[in-house]
Design a protein around this ligand. Structure first.
Ligand code: UFG
Length: 325
């Protein structure tokens, strides 16, 4: 596998994967409409500015490039927005994925890595969550990703030689340790980014959503994974496909979680700012705890985390955040 086609490679996670592909010496073409991505975040290979809805451009780009593997990130990712505007999510996430799968099939291209999410599990009964856990998304974002996964699974079952790996991400955070790329959205909703922007003075306080959950300190628990470890999981998935191991689905997380309050403590320590924190009502659609059982990823691919350290995650995110305007 030498030539990789990456949709959404100018986005937060995509750009870290493009960086990792480049470090491995692979050839990369990023296809991104730059709606939330940034051209300067593409540190390696070429960038084609295009939309997945533009099937003619997609087909032309793919048939000329003829990649050995395709990594599909391009999607909308805000849960609250998906509840308010579900069709936007089904169109961009599910229908555009369908466009991509159809073009891949027409061109007889295989080896897809799909960017999925723990949101497909909804509110799981048990933690850590394995891949066998029933899929029961509780918002259109999770449902849109679940459907794209299902389309892939059905296609793989029907087409001999078409293989894919779906990676279900838990809470991705942190930034390039060299400070070149990181999270850069107009609207920061993710906890760590939000906490750091509060430390920077962009917000006057950080709200803790819900303090009455059935968790040790009553506060939501999440499994935060450094974006470079997640990028390494994509390389491991590529090797898995290259090795002819067939299609599979892997959870991506460390297997242990932190409460929002623990994250706040680390953010205060790393930034040296005792920013204001306020207890607030629950946020709709938040599962109490979401921790990955990543045993399958580890066993099948040999993936091992290198940055399983919340302080490192927050420090790299802070170094990135500080140099943003
Ligand atoms: N939180 C706060 N205050 C904030 C922001 C978040 O208390 O200002 C809490 C949330 O309630 C939650 C935790 O911090 O308990 C993490 O919230 P994030 O918004 O950072 O992330 P989510 O867990 O909601 O979402 C992540 C991904 C989604 C994915 C989801 C799976 O960002 O893409 O996990 O449940 F769908």
């Amino acid at each position: 596998m030498k030539k990789i086609f990456v949709t959404g490679g100018a986005g937060y996670i995509g750009s870290h994967v493009v960086k990792a592909l480049g470090e491995r010496g692979l050839e990369v073409l990023t296809y991104d409409n730059l709606s939330t991505g940034h051209a300067e975040a593409v540190l390696h290979g070429q960038l084609v500015t295009g939309d997945l809805a533009d099937r003619a451009l997609l087909r032309k780009t793919l048939s000329e490039y003829h990649p050995d593997a395709v990594i599909h990130f391009a999607a909308h990712i805000e849960v609250a927005e998906s509840v308010a505007n579900p069709l936007k999510y089904y169109r961009n996430n599910t229908l555009n994925a369908l466009n991509l799968w159809e073009v891949l099939r027409e061109l007889r291209l295989s080896n897809v890595i799909f960017s999925s999410t723990a949101a497909v599990y909804g509110i799981p009964q048990d933690n850590p969550v394995t891949e066998e856990t029933a899929l029961a998304p509780i918002n259109p974002y999770g449902a849109s990703k679940m459907m794209s996964e299902r389309l892939l699974a059905d296609l793989a079952a029907a087409e001999k030689g078409f293989d894919y790996v779906a990676l279900r991400y838990f809470n991705v955070a942190g930034a390039d340790p060299q400070g070149r790329i990181g999270q850069k959205y107009r609207n920061a909703t993710h906890l760590i980014t939000r906490a750091l922007k509060t430390a920077k003075g962009e917000y006057d306080r950080l709200q803790i959503f819900g303090t009455d959950y059935a968790t040790p300190d009553g506060i939501c628990i999440r499994d935060y994974i450094h974006v470079d470890d997640l990028a390494a999981a994509h390389l491991a998935a590529l090797d898995h496909l290259a090795g002819g191991c067939g299609s599979d689905i892997f959870n991506c997380g460390y297997g242990h979680g932190y409460s929002v309050r623990e994250v706040v403590d680390v953010a205060r320590r790393v930034t040296g700012v005792d920013f204001c924190v306020e207890e607030a009502p629950r946020r709709a659609g938040d599962p109490p705890a979401l921790v990955a059982d990543s045993g399958r990823l580890r066993a099948a691919t040999g993936w091992k985390p290198r940055h399983d350290d919340l302080e490192f995650i927050v420090r790299t995110a802070w170094e990135w955040e500080r140099q943003l305007a």
